[in-house]
Design a binder for this molecule. Structure first.
Ligand SMILES: NC(=O)c1ccc[n+]([C@@H]2O[C@H](COP(=O)([O-])OP(=O)(O)OC[C@H]3O[C@@H](n4cnc5c(N)ncnc54)[C@H](O)[C@@H]3O)[C@@H](O)[C@H]2O)c1
Length: 429
């Protein structure tokens, strides 16, 4: 049977490599559509949990895992890749300290697949990366196996915490290293998602994902800049955005904040700027947006300092309560969250910082922030009153903002979370 026939008959086995925030929802997608799914990860703790029917991702509760338990197995044994007809790769694509793309996870995965690649298998890369990765990095490694296989790129468009769009409804862009590969990948996703958009090459598919993220990164930088500009003029950026959003065409609102977060927007644009250098091209918008967004935690601190000054206080020696550690509201992902930079800056200035996030009992271990002293606390009236200022970094829905404003001495609000509670105690930042 060809791969297309196997997919049509729901007999294709789908392998997913990297069972994180992207991989596990993909497992759910294919398993609930009736495919047998094999999940691969190098993290034994994840495999053990999944085998016990326990999830580690908020969007996939244990009860949901149960629904497709019979069709899903998780393993760290990569020789089982042979069992899969299609292999989808969702491993991390971080940056090195100097902002160079770290493709070590993709390279390691290509080596693992290459060892067991068999004739007719379809391999699809989903990790966000620069144009050329599938053809220049994946293909040479897989070619070493000396068998006929199919290779494509299809970017993930997961929006954590978004209840309106699941990966089954979001159109999937697909590009192959050749037509055969594209058609096979389109058949695979076509069997599970509402719409597949075929493009002429994997490079176009890789670039489309970068455009989507760079568009957000640049526009967020723009509103962050305007926030600082309007603040000097005594104009509230949030009111300006709400007014501009009433235009029924040619305007999409973006919102300012304490800095970028997550595994995508702060990192992905630099994949393109790095690749562009190979072509002696400077991606100035990306660099400028990066500079602006990176400044935001410093701006939050400056606003706090101003507010303290007006009260005759200083940051040094103050007690600060930081609310929210996840990088955006109602999710449990702390990666690249600006909360950690804000805490670091406060501690450097001599503040005693405590923090709270409904998803974290303890400060999650972060690669670049091992030195932080801040401890998590229960969110109580006593803690609110004891803090010289409360800094809202993440506007989780569960927070009772009127109660927070009532009991806090000063609130530095980076998300306009207290919009319904006008008070002199609230400083927007
Ligand atoms: N999280 C998002 O919202 C999102 C959205 C769109 C795209 N992406 C992209 O998807 C990719 C994955 O992101 P994520 O958020 O799921 O990351 P993640 O860190 O949550 O998950 C990655 C998983 O891959 C595993 N892994 C690492 N190396 C491996 C290897 N060699 N073999 C097998 N497993 C390995 C890790 O143990 C981890 O479980 C990235 O390229 C990211 O940019 C993420």
């Amino acid at each position: 049977m060809t791969i297309e026939q196997l997919i049509k008959a729901r007999k294709a086995v789908v392998g997913v490599i990297g069972l994180g925030y992207v991989g596990l929802p993909l497992v759910r997608l294919f398993a609930l559509k009736g495919f047998r799914v094999l999940g691969f990860d190098i993290d034994p703790a994840k495999i053990e949990k999944l085998r016990k029917g326990e999830s580690y991702i908020k969007s996939i509760p244990d009860s949901l895992l149960k629904k497709f338990k019979k069709r899903f197995d998780a393993t760290a044994d990569f020789s089982r890749l042979k069992e899969a007809d299609a292999i989808i790769i969702c491993v991390p694509t971080p940056l090195y300290e100097d902002s160079r793309p770290d493709l070590s996870y993709i390279r390691a995965t290509a080596v693992s697949i290459g060892k067991y690649l068999r004739k007719g298998q379809l391999v699809v890369l989903e990790s966000t990366t620069y144009p050329g990765t599938t053809r220049e990095i994946m293909k040479p490694e897989l070619d070493k196996a000396g068998v006929d296989y199919l290779l494509a790129f299809s970017p993930e468009r997961e929006d954590p915490g978004n209840k309106h769009w699941t990966n089954a409804d979001i159109p999937k862009v697909v590009g192959g290293i050749d037509e055969r590969s594209r058609k096979a990948a389109a058949a695979l996703y076509g069997s599970a998602v509402a719409k597949v958009v075929e493009v002429s090459s994997c490079e176009v598919a890789e670039s489309a994902k970068l455009l989507e993220n760079i568009y957000r990164c640049v526009n967020i930088a723009l509103v962050n800049e305007l926030k600082m500009c309007f603040e000097k003029m005594g104009i509230d950026i949030w009111e300006v955005i709400a007014a501009a959003s009433t235009k029924p065409f040619c305007f999409q609102p973006f919102f300012p904040g304490p800095g970028l977060g997550g595994h995508c927007i702060p990192l992905d644009p630099f994949y393109l700027s790095w690749k562009a250098k190979e072509y002696q091209f400077a991606t100035r918008f990306i660099d400028l947006a990066g500079e602006l967004n990176v400044q935001m935690p410093f701006y939050v601190l400056a606003r706090l300092e101003q507010a303290f000054k007006a009260k005759g206080k200083a940051i040094g020696g103050s007690k600060i309560l930081v609310l929210g550690l996840a990088y955006k509201k109602d999710i449990d992902d702390p990666r690249e969250s600006p909360a950690f930079k804000v805490i670091e800056l406060l501690e450097q200035k001599g503040s005693a910082v405590v923090c709270h996030d409904p998803s974290f009992k303890k400060l999650p271990p972060m690669r670049h922030y091992k030195h932080l002293k801040a401890k998590t606390v229960e969110l109580t009236e006593k803690e609110l009153k004891a803090a010289d200022a409360v800094v809202i970094v993440t506007d989780h829905t569960v927070y009772d903002y009127p109660w927070i404003v009532k009991n806090a001495n000063l609130v530095v609000d980076t998300r306009n979370a207290c919009k319904q509670v006008p008070s002199e105690k609230v400083v927007k930042a």
